[in-house]
Design a protein around this ligand. Structure first.
Ligand code: HEM
Length: 445
């Protein structure tokens, strides 16, 4: 099941890799899963901005870049650090033909096909629809005592992505998709991809591999039905969902199988990440009452300046994704260390985001720091960068801004326990207890 990117990975040899801890791979992997930020910070403290993390599933190591200069090199030097193959592990979930898994030279023309519906006019048209979904979902968040915000946000962002990507409105159909996708993309199932090879195989209905395959088939069947149904629609031009926009473009080129992979990839890339960002933002506001109150005052005065800064700061301090992945195209070097051809290389931006040279008091939640001059290039990259920067940024930001505005118009988030540390779930950095928050209705004490 593993792509040859894994087959081609060079063997571990400390002379040709950046420095690494001698701790056994299992110990390093456990540390990374339990405390992904602490793990990266401790290696950076020992070895400097570039090091090798000897962690599963990499047979040799994952080369990590953790300052602005090396982050930039990994994200933008596309000749030396190639994207698309390094995400092979996610291919069974996202689909062979999804943009995330497409290496050059196919990547760029493919990206041009996919970008238009995520930009400008089309996105502006989605604002009302997103707000409608958020308002309908709010009672589920604001009633009752303290609750984990991430499951609520996952339900919400999934519904948004289903509306935006497929134009789905029928609540019964949305529910069918939701059940299938929640079962499939549930963290436990995607984590199946990170199991050792023998455990990933389909060993029957109850095995992790068997379950993963069955749930995947169901999701793809549903998406196939949507593609078929959309072909029957006479006035497709009047529709603005992503599927309607892509149908003719893909009919003229890549074809149905690629379209199916693309749509699966978009849904999976788009909803857990955005939900996690929303959960972290509400959780951080709950634990920083002064900032929350300043934000409420700013929003009440009709400004979105602090709102944008809050979401930036949340993406700095608690980015939803742990890294952006590349492979080395040649024997090369990074930050003065050798990197062998075919090695896996990660821009570990959650650690770059905590670099005290770039961000004074890096562990403090201080949205005001984004109100002045722009940060140094590649000091802040929660969406990756270069030619592979996330195409869903405008949609994700729109969703996060609308959720925070609508929530704060009605209620104030307050702590429901201590601040939660981040855990690694597949590739996402999630709040350990779901981002618990207590909501107090505005105007009540
Ligand atoms: C807060 C929410 C999100 C975060 C934090 C996030 C983060 C990322 C990151 C780190 C990458 C890798 C970039 C790189 O390799 O340099 C990426 C790529 C991508 N994201 Fe997102 N993402 C989010 C939301 C979305 C949404 C809403 C969609 C679409 C519905 C989406 C679709 C994609 C696609 C298609 C790529 C691949 C781009 C390429 O390889 O050219 N993402 N995202």
């Amino acid at each position: 099941m593993l792509d040859n990117a894994f087959g081609q990975e060079p063997r571990w040899d400390p002379r040709v890799f950046p420095p690494a801890s001698r701790a056994p791979r299992a110990v390093q992997t456990a540390h990374m899963l339990r405390d992904p930020r602490g793990f990266g910070l401790s290696l950076r403290r020992r070895f400097g901005p570039v090091f090798s993390a000897r962690v599963h599933p990499y047979r040799a190591a994952l080369v990590c870049a953790t300052d602005a200069a090396t982050n930039r090199a990994v994200l933008t030097d596309h000749e030396r650090f190639v994207g698309g193959r390094a995400t092979a592990l996610l291919r069974p979930a996202l689909g062979e033909g999804s943009l995330i898994c497409t290496p050059p030279p196919r990547h760029l023309p493919h990206r041009r096909l996919l970008l238009p519906p995520f930009q400008g006019k089309q996105l502006a048209g989605w604002e009302d629809r997103v707000r409608e979904v958020v308002r309908a979902a709010l009672p589920g968040l604001l009633t009752g005592g303290d609750r984990p915000t991430r499951p609520w946000a996952q339900r919400l962002t999934l519904e948004v992505v289903l509306r935006v990507v497929f134009g789905l409105r029928d609540p019964a159909r949305v529910a069918v998709f939701r059940d299938a996708l929640t079962a499939f993309a549930g963290t436990g199932n995607v984590s199946t991809l990170f199991l050792p090879a023998p455990l990933r195989r389909d060993l029957g209905r109850l095995s992790p591999g068997g379950r993963f395959g069955r749930l995947r088939l169901h999701v793809r069947e549903l998406i196939r039905e949507e593609i078929a149904a959309r072909r029957e629609v006479a006035d497709r031009e009047s529709r603005d969902d992503v599927l309607s926009t892509l149908l003719d473009r893909y009919d003229a080129g890549p074809g149905d199988q690629r379209l199916l992979d693309e749509l699966t990839g978009l849904v999976l890339a788009g909803y857990e990440t955005t939900a996690t960002t929303i959960a972290w933002t509400l959780h951080l506001l709950a634990h920083h009452g002064h900032t929350r109150d300043d934000l409420v005052a700013d929003l009440d005065a009709g400004s979105d300046r602090l709102l944008k800064a809050v979401i930036k700061e949340s993406g700095r301090l608690r980015p939803a994704v742990y890294n952006a992945m590349r492979t080395a195209a040649e024997d090369t070097s990074l930050g003065g260390h050798p990197v062998p051809r075919h090695a896996f290389v990660a821009a570990l931006f959650p650690i770059t985001h905590l670099d005290p040279e770039l961000w004074p008091q890096p562990h403090a939640f201080r949205p005001e720091r984004h109100l002045g001059a722009d940060p140094l290039p590649y000091a802040l990259t929660p969406f990756g960068g270069g030619l592979r920067r996330c195409i869903g940024v405008p949609l994700a930001q729109l969703e996060a801004e609308i959720v925070v505005t609508e929530v704060l118009a009605r209620a104030l988030p307050e702590p429901a326990g201590p601040p939660e540390p981040a855990r690694l779930a597949a590739v996402t950095l999630v709040p350990a207890r779901g981002g618990r928050v207590r909501f107090r209705r505005r105007g009540t004490l």
